[in-house]
Design a protein around this ligand. Structure first.
Ligand SMILES: Nc1ncnc2c1ncn2[C@@H]1O[C@H](COP(=O)(O)OP(=O)(O)O)[C@@H](O)[C@H]1O
Ligand SMILES: [Mg+2]
Length: 512
């Protein structure tokens, strides 16, 4: 296979089903896409990669007629087409599965598909149902035509969207972050579906936050950075590192494992903890583990298996029905009457609902933990000079980029919001850090920063309880971890002894 890196393809590959050239789209002064060329070959899976805000969704929306470019042309099978709306895209054989599904919940799969195609086919539902059943079994979609959409798990609803697009005549399928809503097992299933469709002659372009996922299924990858195309590479020649470098513009080191640690005393211990009042998650069932100084203790698992209940337990938000949670703060750092809080930093799962006051300024958000004590206040009066200095120091140390201290928190990018939460929680080195999905929704550059903070903290003797759905994250950061399934933990696993398949099975309860 030719290993060339075609920065600017001089002419479209002969077999390109879709060719876009010079695509430019500005929003005010921001160039979401700047002179982007893109081509999709027949029967290929093409990943579109880039950090948050790189322009991936914009390019896809342009290809599907949802957004009109300022400049640029799109052709299908060598014929220039006009894309004024998705109707034009569909007529040209382009279909899209967006991040948010557009299905009618209380109709069946078959009825939903019927809505997306011409009346002459939809008027014969029973025939359509048998076509659907055939198609589903041919591509191992496991979608039953008569199932009601609302009864299907998200992973299958996504497949209904795929089927809908294909039955609507799509030869080219555009998928914007299809894996964002999937569990690891569902992702394996989708991979098989994608390969099967491509073998059938379809061409697929998709975006993904996780590079290993993209590389696992893509034939080629195109990387965008700040609206510009950086290059297109064959997936077989690329690895995560090269792609990450293209995305960010410098080397990134996400996956390097921790250096060996020398754990100290336990800082946190759970003894046979069970709960009964979790609302949207499994209750914990006899959970015991301890987190020591100088270690990251990971808790892996798929959403709904007790991870958020555990986070609530660690932060004291849930009443235990059995067992106990013990915090061992060292005497010199404990503050009478407020021991746990001063000893624990929290990166909550939802940085908007819990981690911050989004309507307030960056400065307010940075000082919430510390404003009541000197030097930020004296005898009950806030010392604004000291507060500004404190906040400026935090911005510098934690690389928070904002227009100013008084910028609304909600105007910061996700990465900078998370850095601000981390700065507030970590600047005075708590003994225990509880980090819940600390990199959710962040792009590679910001993820790298968060990893760095956690590793530095642990190397300096801090104890970290890391709750994450990202298995990669657990493997890269933790010294020991457990997998939660239906509220019960697996035995303790060390990442260097971990078997990926076995962990995947544990996450789904296939082996307990
Ligand atoms: N409708 C819009 N109005 C203003 N700015 C937009 C709009 N859509 C996207 N943008 C901006 O364009 C840039 C690219 O966004 P997007 O294509 O969504 O990136 P990606 O999908 O790679 O994360 C971002 O800076 C984003 O804020
Ligand atoms: Mg996007």
């Amino acid at each position: 296979m030719p290993g060339h890196q075609s920065d600017i393809p001089s002419e479209p590959a002969k077999s390109a089903v879709l060719h876009a050239e010079g695509i430019t789209k500005a929003y005010g002064s921001l160039l979401a896409c700047s002179d982007v060329d893109f081509d999709l070959r027949a029967g290929e899976v093409h990943a579109l990669l880039g950090e948050n805000g790189a322009g991936k969704s914009t390019l896809m929306k342009i290809l599907y007629g949802l957004v009109r470019p300022d400049r640029g042309t799109v052709s299908v099978h060598g014929q220039p087409i006009r894309l004024r709306s998705p109707r034009d895209a569909k007529a040209a054989g382009i279909g899209m599965v967006s991040q948010h599904f557009e299905l009618v919940d209380n109709l069946t799969v078959c009825e939903n598909v019927a809505l997306g195609i011409g009346w002459w086919r939809s008027s014969r539902l029973s025939r359509l149902a048998s076509e659907l059943a055939d198609f589903s079994s041919r591509h191992s979609l496991e979608v039953s035509p008569h199932a009601r959409v609302r009864d299907l798990p998200i992973g299958l609803q996504q497949r209904v969207e795929i089927v809908k697009a294909l039955f609507g005549g799509a030869e080219i399928l555009i998928m914007d972050e299809p894996t964002a809503v999937l569990s690891p097992v569902e992702w394996t299933g989708l991979q098989q579906v994608i390969r099967s469709l491509v073998n059938d002659g379809k061409s697929i372009v998709f975006t993904d936050h996780k590079l290993h996922e993209a590389l696992a299924v893509a034939d080629r990858c195109t990387v965008l950075r700040r609206g510009r195309k950086i290059g297109t590479v064959d997936a077989s020649d690329a690895d995560e590192k090269t792609i990450a470098r293209m995305m960010v513009g410098r080397d990134v080191s996400l996956l390097s494992r921790n250096t060996p640690n020398t754990p100290g005393d336990a800082v946190l211990e759970l003894r046979s903890v069970s709960t009964a009042s979790a609302l949207h998650d499994a209750n914990l069932d006899d959970v015991s583990f301890s987190v020591h100084r100088g270690e990251v203790f990971g808790v892996a698992g798929v959403e709904g298996n007790g991870q958020s209940t555990l986070a609530d337990v660690l932060t004291g938000l849930v009443v235990l029905t059995e067992g106990e949670v013990l915090h061992y703060a060292s005497p010199e750092t404990s503050v009478p009457g407020d021991e746990k809080r001063s000893a624990t930093g929290l990166i909550p799962a939802d940085r908007h609902a819990i981690g911050s006051a989004v309507d307030r300024s960056l400065r307010d958000n940075l000082m919430y933990r510390d404003f009541a004590a000197a030097p930020l206040s004296k005898r009950g009066w806030l010392q604004f000079g000291a507060i500004d200095q404190h906040c400026m120091r935090l911005c510098e140390r934690f690389d928070i980029r904002a227009p100013g201290m008084h910028a609304a928190f909600s105007d910061l990018s996700g990465g900078n919001q998370q850095k601000a939460v981390i700065a507030r929680e970590m600047h005075n080195s708590p003994e225990l850090l509880v980090a819940v999905h600390p990199t959710r929704g962040l792009d590679v550059g910001a993820i790298e920063f968060v990893y760095e903070v956690i590793r530095t903290f642990r190397d300096a003797g801090g104890a970290v309880a890391l709750i994450s759905e990202e298995l990669d994250e657990i493997l890269a950061l933790s010294d020991r971890f457990v997998v939660l399934f239906k509220g019960r933990p697996s035995e303790v696993i060390r990442p260097d002894e971990a078997d990926f398949t076995d962990i995947g099975l544990k996450m789904t309860g296939a082996s307990a």
